[in-house]
Design a protein around this ligand. Structure first.
Ligand code: AMP
Length: 116
């Protein structure tokens, strides 16, 4: 996708602080972190969102999910981390190239605050 910011990072047209790269996936730090460690894991293949994945992408999705804890550990998130996949406008997605946010370090608040 010529105009997709994450495809541009994959092609090297935009700089990113890369963490990991292989033939299928790329991990890089979020430009606007919301936690002491906040990085993105993306497939190199352009998929607009998780809702655009199919059976054909099962291996790729499994690879990403299995890689996430390895990378988190490498970056010092020994006690755990949060994964977030925003999907579609209704899910608050801003960049329409499938990505997993991986966040951790410091204190991570509950995702949902429940009132009394
Ligand atoms: P989402 O709301 O799930 O689509 O998240 C998109 C994320 O991409 C945001 O957290 C942005 O800070 C991040 N982002 C946007 N542009 C870049 C970039 N050039 N390099 C790294 N992260 C980016």
């Amino acid at each position: 996708m010529s105009n997709c910011v994450f495809c541009k990072i994959v092609r090297g047209e935009i700089c990113a602080r890369k963490i990991y790269e292989d033939e299928d996936v790329l991990a890089f730090y979020d430009i606007s972190p919301v936690a002491p460690v906040h990085f993105m894991l993306i497939p190199k293949l352009h998929l607009d969102s998780l809702a655009h994945a199919s059976e054909a992408h099962a291996g790729l999705l499994a690879k990403m999910l299995l890689l996430a804890p390895r990378l988190a550990k490498q970056l010092g998130l020994e006690t755990g981390f949060r994964t977030v996949i925003n999907t579609g406008e209704g899910g608050g997605q801003e960049v329409f190239h499938l990505h997993i946010h991986i966040l951790g370090g410091g204190s991570i608040p509950p995702m949902v605050k429940r009132g009394n």
